[in-house]
Design a protein around this ligand. Structure first.
Ligand code: GDD
Ligand code: MN
Length: 411
């Protein structure tokens, strides 16, 4: 047996004493507490209940009308299975989370995570999967576009033990996508599927599917490498677990939405491109940093336009013109970073104003250090473009790192 060090003991004794003190307090409180209502007492006095076998994650944003329907259908199709439903709602204005709580009040198998100040399908799915205690987790849309009747077949595949990940595919066997898609989106979906398969060597016929079931421990193992931005969670999982996942596909027909409208817009194309880049570089390239630099490039154009306008109208001297153009470009960058780079943590109202001021200050320091570094490098070997690039990179890294820590720090 390992010897206990006297030093360790010295630390341990006061700790254990304080634990005892805490236990006493808890006990006393417990005795003081009023007796439980009979129906609650019945529930809490039972034997420990083991985790369910399957958690179905329903990411939601404004799906209040769909929720009772999908919950009822999932329950019906999984008769005889020990399941739970975990709704991960991004604080939908239509009150989806409250609807989930109401369902949960009658049936404890229906739980809800309500996320505040965050948006994003992939992040919601990851959070749900990591919060599940079950052996298997499924992800499906809450709008009834995914056929819940498939859940049982998916579960049986995993139970067999020869499969790690089961995907409901629109492009295998008699699967189909007609019902749920416009012609334009169907084309875009097929094109991006082909690109992802070729570049990332993902063997799936439908890596864009939002309907799959997986062994939870595998998600736990790869969680650190998954991107919480964007919406291509399955593609991310398949690319991250490349070559190690035993995958099966089942055909399904992508139906039409019941209530409400799709939340995925043109920005998903951008997300998709950035995810490809991140996975191709083996996660060396951060999606956010690339977005931040892209926004910065547009800022350069804005800077030049602002400078030109002041010059044309002969406002102030050059120093003032340059200063004003810099402030305008920083404000532009702030607005676009807030809308795109950090759209999962978007600042609004007073936080927006505060963030803008902080961002102006941080980037001003970045601009000064940019000029300083560039001059230093130029003084060393006088190659203008190396000096200029060095300064710009230093400035960008500073702006990115400090604004991530100060302006958009996760709340
Ligand atoms: N928590 C959370 N946060 N949920 C979200 C968010 C979000 O920001 N955005 C969308 N959702 C939820 C929706 O409420 C819905 O339950 C599900 O995610 C899918 O969103 P839709 O808006 O219905 O997406 P879609 O129908 O256009 O796209 C579906 O089909 C694609 C096929 O190519 C999704 O299943 C995609 O994952 C799938 O790739
Ligand atoms: Mn949908």
């Amino acid at each position: 047996m390992e010897q206990i060090q006297p030093v360790a003991l010295g630390i341990w004794i006061p700790f254990s004493a304080s634990f005892r003190a805490m236990a006493t307090v808890t006990l006393t409180r417990h005795i003081d507490a009023p007796p439980l209502a009979p129906e609650l007492a019945r529930e809490t006095s039972g034997a420990p209940a083991p985790a369910p076998e399957l958690t179905i994650i329903l990411p939601t944003f404004n799906e209040r009308a769909n929720l009772p329907v999908i919950v009822e259908r999932v329950g019906r199709s999984l008769a005889g299975v020990d399941w739970e439903i975990l709704v991960v709602d991004d604080n939908s204005p239509d009150g989806t989370a409250a609807a989930a709580r109401t369902l949960g009040a009658h049936d404890r198998r229906i739980r809800c995570i309500r996320r505040i100040g965050r948006r994003g399908l992939a992040g919601a799915c990851i959070e749900g999967m990591l919060a599940s205690p079950a052996r298997y987790v499924a992800v499906m849309d809450a709008d009834l576009q995914h056929d819940e009747a498939l859940l049982m077949a998916m579960l049986e595949k995993l139970r067999d033990g020869a499969t790690d990940l089961v995907v409901a595919s629109r492009y295998v066997g008699d699967g189909a996508a007609q019902g749920g898609f416009s012609a334009g989106r169907a084309r875009a979906s097929q094109w991006s599927t082909a690109l992802a398969r070729r570049l990332l060597k993902v063997e799936l016929t439908d890596p864009m599917s939002g309907f799959f079931m997986i062994r939870r421990e595998l998600v736990d193992a790869m969680a650190q490498r998954l991107s919480t931005q964007g919406f291509k969670i399955l593609l991310d999982i398949a690319a991250t677990g490349h070559g190690q996942l035993r995958v099966a596909e089942l055909p399904f027909t992508f139906g039409a939405r019941l209530h409400g409208e799709s939340k995925l817009d043109a920005r998903v194309a951008l997300d998709f491109g950035l995810l490809l880049l991140a996975k191709l570089s083996d996660d060396a390239i951060s999606l956010r940093f690339v977005m931040f630099c892209l926004v910065g490039l547009t800022g350069v154009a804005v800077h030049m336009a602002a400078l030109y306008a002041q010059h044309a109208f002969a406002i102030g001297d050059f120093g003032i013109q340059q200063g004003v153009a810099t402030c305008v470009a920083i404000a532009w960058n702030f607005v676009f970073n807030n809308a795109f780079t950090y759209r999962d943590q978007r600042l609004t109202g007073w936080h927006f104003v505060k963030g803008l001021i902080e961002f102006e200050l941080i980037c001003s320091v970045g601009a000064i250090s940019n000029v300083g570094i560039a001059s230093l490098l130029y003084g060393q070997d006088s190659i203008w473009w190396i000096a200029g690039l060095g300064g710009a990179i230093m400035g960008a890294v500073w702006n990115y790192a400090v604004s991530a820590a100060v302006v958009w720090r996760a709340q």
